[in-house]
Design a protein around this ligand. Structure first.
Ligand SMILES: [Zn+2]
Length: 399
């Protein structure tokens, strides 16, 4: 744990002041003798950005451009990826290291990554990303979700691998479209929630299913959450059904999500219906954001910049007022920390010394304009300068 005394800094756009980090946490005490000084030159300090949903095991960053000829359906993308994995290959340790460091350069101090678990790749993705997590232990926090990307029940053997993944080091149990992919919502949720209950883990389910099908799956997830007393421990990612235009379908779901304290993670894609940000915030549903996979076989877009993701959230939801842009910042920092159970995330005394310095006048400007050349600090240690992570992989790190 490092100490750092930051001068000429403006927390959240407030007046210029100093921030002191000692033993990895912000403190109100004066800096100890010998504490390094960093002159922020009037830049804004934001809490460390949180990537609440990505796929570290399969980015193609640093590899030759992948020509994408994938078909339009979800299953086309899943099959396309499995085929590409055989052909390329995509080493999870090397690729997760590259992606994580790119995110650190953008100001991210914690990443939640879903990791493919299936009968073809087995636990290799998890093992590779766990190695990266160890290599970057003092650079960025990483928590892992065991994710049945190819389906859980339609591929016999996957449930046993999911259990092994949870035992090996995945903190959270993932799931995927209980109706559309597995075609057996009860069976799918039996496995997911069964594992979570047995090992005392949280749940984070990809739910792409639209309209009434998605609403049906969501109701089942809410029922399970209640029945098992898992309020506050369940996340639904994407939740496209909440973007349905029918209030009679959406409104009761939003109320039930709030009552069961189920959180939503959105990527705010321009191409799909998405949960309505302000409706969820007003109803008391925690909503945070993620990049999802970027520069991978699924699609060529994205760069892991959570301020850019925040801008997309604003554009997608027609948010333009400064107070609305402050809500977006919360979604990619403090609210995300609550959803991911990361205590003490913020700029107050006692919180972890995780922050990013950006050249902006206000929080709203930081979100809307995404200034570059950021400085990232984690636990009081400067981990990225000028938008680039300082960590240089050893040869063995990329093996
Ligand atoms: Zn995903």
């Amino acid at each position: 744990m490092d100490g750092l005394h930051i001068i000429n800094v403006r927390p959240l756009g407030g007046p210029s002041t100093t921030l002191t980090i000692q033993d990895g946490r912000f403190t109100g005490e004066p800096p100890r003798p010998g504490t390094p000084i960093l002159d922020a030159t009037g830049r804004l300090a934001l809490p460390g950005l949180i990537e609440a949903h990505t796929h570290l095991d399969k980015s193609l960053i640093g590899m030759p451009w992948f020509r994408n000829d994938v078909g339009p359906r979800l299953i086309d993308k899943i099959d396309n990826e499995r085929e590409a994995r055989r052909r390329l290959p995509i080493p999870p340790r090397r690729q997760s290291l590259r992606q994580a460091l790119q995110s650190v350069g953008h100001g991210t101090t914690h990443i939640r990554s879903h990791i493919d678990i299936d009968t073809e790749c087995g636990l290799s993705g998890l093992e590779g990303v766990m190695q990266t997590r160890a290599d970057l232990a003092d650079v960025v926090g990483i928590d892992l979700v065991a994710f049945p990307q190819s389906g859980l029940l339609i591929r016999p053997g996957t449930a046993a691998l999911m259990e092994q993944a949870v035992r090996l080091g995945a903190e959270t149990v993932g799931g995927l479209d209980p109706c559309a992919i597995d075609r057996d919502p009860k069976g799918h949720l039996d496995v997911v929630f069964g594992l979570a209950e047995r090992y005392g883990r949280a749940v984070d389910i990809h739910l792409h299913e639209p309209g009434e099908m998605g609403a049906f799956s969501m109701e089942l997830i809410i029922e399970r959450t209640r029945a098992l007393g898992m309020q506050g421990k369940v996340v639904i990612s994407h939740a496209f059904c909440l973007g349905s235009a029918d209030p009679a379908l959406v409104n009761p779901l939003v109320e039930a999500l709030a009552a069961a304290r189920i959180a939503i993670v959105t990527t705010a894609p321009p191409s799909r219906p998405v949960p309505v940000f302000t409706q969820l915030v007003r109803a008391g549903v925690a909503i945070c954001a993620g990049s999802d996979g970027f520069r991978d076989t699924w699609g060529p877009y994205g760069n892991g910049d959570m301020l850019e993701r925040g801008m997309m959230l604003g554009l997608r939801n027609n948010l333009r007022r400064d107070d609305e842009l402050s809500l977006i910042l919360a979604a990619i920092t403090t609210v995300a920390a609550e959803v991911l159970h990361l205590p003490d995330h913020g700029l107050q005394s006692g919180c972890w010394g995780d922050l990013v310095l950006v050249d902006a006048e206000t929080v709203a400007e930081a979100v809307a304009q995404r200034p570059g050349a950021r400085t990232t600090i984690r636990r009081g240690k400067v981990v990225a300068v000028n938008g680039a992570a300082r960590h240089r992989p050893r040869d063995t790190d990329e093996a």
